[in-house]
Design a protein around this ligand. Sequence first.
Ligand SMILES: Cc1cc2nc3c(=O)[nH]c(=O)nc-3n(C[C@H](O)[C@H](O)[C@H](O)COP(=O)(O)O)c2cc1C
Length: 228
Amino acid sequence: MSAMSGLAALLEARISTRAFRDTPVSQKTVEDLLNLARQAPSGGNLQPWRVHVVSGTARQAVIDAVQAVQQEHPLGEPDPEYRIYPKPLAEPWRTRRYECGETVYAAAGIAREDKMGRLVHVAGNFQFWNAPVGLFIGLHKDMEPGQWSDLGMFIQTFLLAATEAGLGTCAQEAWSIYPRTVKTAIGMPEDHTLFCGIALGHADLNADVNQARTSRAGLDEIAVFDGF
Ligand SMILES: Cc1cc2nc3c(=O)[nH]c(=O)nc-3n(C[C@H](O)[C@H](O)[C@H](O)COP(=O)(O)O)c2cc1C
């Protein structure tokens, strides 16, 4: 895969990759990407992010650990650390979420009524979509909403750096529904909230699911201009 640069091109090229080749990614490569990501800004320069990177047997250990609890808790551990979405999710966000799901399922060729197909697809989250490297992003439980926003800056910087390096990524909140299991498997301290995982590797460019392209709300929906 060829590397690219130029911010506009990178922003265009970064997508959530949900099928990877098993070509390995070295620790040095991940270190290089994290060295770029740590340039992200943060309020008060707290740099509140904590990252655990797994590959090889460590990656397999967390996959196995989650698989072992999934039988009993298919929808996640009973007491999650945070709610991924508001409940209920109001408009317009509900429709955006729905359309995102439909876009991905349509690309993967999974029909609306194929409940089992959808379950199997979602389960791919807990294999890092076959990516050889997984990252887990944690935040100390003392932290406030401002520091959650800092995590977002860090993650997006990482995703763009990986894109520039010719690698695919998928941010994965899915892992957060098994916080205790994941944190135990990777050694993340209990006083940290597990925010999300990130799958990292070489995208399988031919995979149907990777042809999915999500849309974005227009500026008229998200911005207000005044006084120009
Ligand atoms: C913090 C975060 C968590 C996400 N969690 C998941 C996830 O668990 N599983 C998944 O398939 N996609 C996940 N996504 C991907 C989003 O669905 C995706 O970013 C969005 O639909 C826009 O599509 P794009 O990334 O291809 O541009 C996540 C994205 C972010 C930013």
